[in-house]
Design a protein around this ligand. Structure first.
Ligand SMILES: [Fe+2]
Length: 317
């Protein structure tokens, strides 16, 4: 195993420095921690579930060193398979200095009663006591809508019939019309778009979702001018694409080298995102596959930002 060989742009332990006006929400977006995996199944860079504790400790230190972070948003696959002990372990591990909110992913939903288990054992991850919820920070609105995988709601047994339910579409359609004065973000576990060939060097987009799910989400993006950013996870890769005037973002797995997450800053007229790596704060010599540097993405795939209102938000729809 070689020492960490992360690309230069992934070695910073601090997010880019932005002006910090008081009227701003700052949150971290993490995903795919797969707590309990032994070993990890799907991975893009090498995963280190055996060092989960050290990675979480580094994340905790990052949060404590920056008192301006309001909460952590977890994009799903917090655990590797649904068990009561696994959920309790997650509740214990994600006892951070700020609240942690979860969008359930397929690996969190491997039993047909998984939602009941989560809501009973880990209530604090779900504001309002529901797997679908909305966070209104005053500066932005975040809609969490975990996607479904088969005909049984929020149950995954291997199928990837990715979709949102009619109830979810209805709730989102109504919610996106409330508070049109601030940027809205939507989080689903499944990504919408694949990584583009310009990022990967592959002949076609990589890790695409099914067309019906893409149509559902892009319809929301096209019909609701408040929607500024759509977050996904599941692919274990960093991606950023601007479509329909909306930023589509996915994040690589927190437990894979170089242990990255996103830092978001939102005000009523600005939205910024930077990618941060914890690798320099870890001492177990994690290996990095430089032939798959596309997983971390180019600079353009790793950050975006605007001030003073969204650029061409309406004209691009
Ligand atoms: Fe997943």
């Amino acid at each position: 195993m070689s020492d960490t060989q992360t690309p230069e742009h992934a070695r910073n332990t601090k997010a880019e420095s932005f002006p910090a006006p008081e009227a701003m929400t700052r949150f971290l977006y993490i995903a795919d921690t797969h707590l309990g995996a032994d070993p990890m199944g799907y991975q893009q860079q090498r995963g280190y579930p055996e060092h989960f504790g050290q990675v979480l400790a580094a994340l905790s230190d990052y949060i404590k060193a920056d008192t301006g972070i309001d909460f952590v948003l977890h994009g799903g696959d917090m655990i590797d398979a649904t068990t009561d002990d696994g959920i309790r372990a997650a509740l214990d591990a994600f006892d951070l200095a700020v609240p942690v909110y979860l969008c359930l992913g397929n690996h969190d939903l491997t039993t047909s009663d998984a939602v009941d288990r989560w809501l009973t054992l880990a209530t604090r991850f779900f504001p309002g006591g529901n797997p679908d919820y909305t966070i209104d920070t005053g500066h932005c609105v975040i809609h969490v809508a975990p996607n479904h995988w088969c005909d049984v709601p929020l149950y995954w047994h291997g199928r990837q019939d990715t979709h949102l339910s009619a109830d979810q579409i209805d709730r989102l359609s109504r919610g996106l019309e409330v508070r049109p004065d601030v940027p809205h973000l939507l989080l689903t576990h499944s990504p919408v778009y694949g990584l583009p060939p310009e990022q990967t060097g592959f002949p076609a987009p990589c890790h695409c979702s099914n067309p019906s799910f893409v149509a559902q989400v892009t319809s929301l993006a096209s019909n609701h001018g408040s929607l500024a950013c759509i977050l996904g996870a599941h692919n274990h890769m960093n991606m950023r694409a601007t479509r329909h005037g909306v930023e589509f973002v996915t994040v690589s797995a927190l437990v894979e080298t170089p242990f990255e997450f996103k830092c978001f800053e939102a005000s009523t007229r600005s939205l910024r995102m930077a990618t941060v790596a914890l690798a320099p704060a870890l001492d177990f010599g994690a290996a990095y596959d430089a032939t798959k540097a596309f997983v971390q993405g180019r600079s353009v795939d790793r950050s975006f930002g605007y001030d003073g209102g969204r650029p061409d938000a309406c004209s691009q729809r």
